[in-house]
Design a protein around this ligand. Sequence first.
Ligand code: PLP
Length: 465
Amino acid sequence: MNWDEFSIWGKKITEWAADYHKSVAERSVRAQTSPGAIAAQLPSSPPVGGEAMEAIMGDFERIVMPGITHWQHPRFFAYFPANAAPPSMLAEMLVTTIAAQCMLWQTSPAATEVEGVMVDWLRQALDLPEGYTGVIQDSASSATLSAVLTMRERATGFTGNREGLATKGNMRIYCSDQVHSSIDRACWVAGIGQDNLVKLPTQGPRHTIDVEALRRSIRSDRAAGHIPAGIIAITGGTGIGACDDLAPVLAVAQDEDLYTHLDAAWAGSAMICPEFHADFWDGVDGFDSIVFNPHKWLGAQFDCSVQFLRDAGPQLNTLKIEPEYLKTTGTEVTNYSEWTIPLGRRFRALKIWFLIRAYGLDGLRSRIRNHVTWAAEICEEIRAMDGFEIVTEPILSLFSFRCPGDDATQQRLVDALNDDGRIYLTQGAFNGQKVIRFQVGQFDTTRNDVMMAADVIQDVWRNLK
Ligand SMILES: *Cc1c(COP(=O)(O)O)cnc(C)c1O
């Protein structure tokens, strides 16, 4: 392809993109294909000669699009959102065009410097104290793994990387039973082991970790010869939105000299709204590491996860490695690849810059506020439905409910709703029971989209009974 053809197709694809987004609400939210149906339409071996772009694009529409679940659909109420506000998509196009690999300052100084400033803009937006720095990662999973590795290294006096873990004893990490599976996996990968991830019960309307149990558990582990290494708290757990009381957790960590990580992957975006701080953010100052995903609720195109660090030193001591071929002259620069596990890195900060400038914090805040308000409204509609019950009350814009019947019936309703295609919901678990999750957070969703879900649920339920 030459650049003139690129220009023609670039324009066509931008048109296609705008049309797609303008009409996405007419599509079924979840793909309606059966397993294998897409793969069966692809040739089993690669073409030897080149093909025309018309043919490739035609097959994209014919074969690929029917197998897409539409995350940018305004009635996407499943999982958590992965928003893609248009300015952030445009920034991604520029990043794709420049295609710089931004591992070191000198491999694109602008990428590093914009990243530093964007992390600081977001620090201010989330009202974290001055002094926090941070880095943009691909995912919360990677940020959490970085934090868990740091806990491990700190607990071994920074000898684990060099000596291995064979003689280090059982390092223990503490969290509530509401954490995301990425915390389990981080402990697997870091060599901590599932059995050394201590999950404590939760209590109260926000399902906060039982802090007394946390304290007791750490003390009894020490008495048993284990090595407490860190505490992971959550603001907005994935299942039902559990939020730990941050100040008491931090107090335990300080008393016990433990490293702390806060997983706010979803709910962190809502913390740009000061009115949520009293309930959800109080005590955040002092956490050693905090992750939140602008690629979820905030509107930055996937992927984009910000990890804030109170002091970058311990994580750098854990992850920094500098072979000759990566050395650069000049000592005052930041090389962000030293802060993370992957070496190569994309210029993710540009989409934050475009996003925040295009909407302003107030534009982003008003969306999140609407989502929280509308979630409360639809929750009341579902509560009023015959035989339906709200299992977990709204935390920000997430709640869960059950229809009449057993667990299998809950799953039948979820599947029937998603086969219907007008809305998309997913299931979760609470207190050993299956629940149906409902979250509001798609960037372009309207009150009508959200309230329509009540009619769809009624309708599909009536036909299921
Ligand atoms: C989505 C989510 C994660 C995982 O995020 P990735 O960026 O996909 O790794 C972790 N924790 C919570 C609370 C989440 O909601």
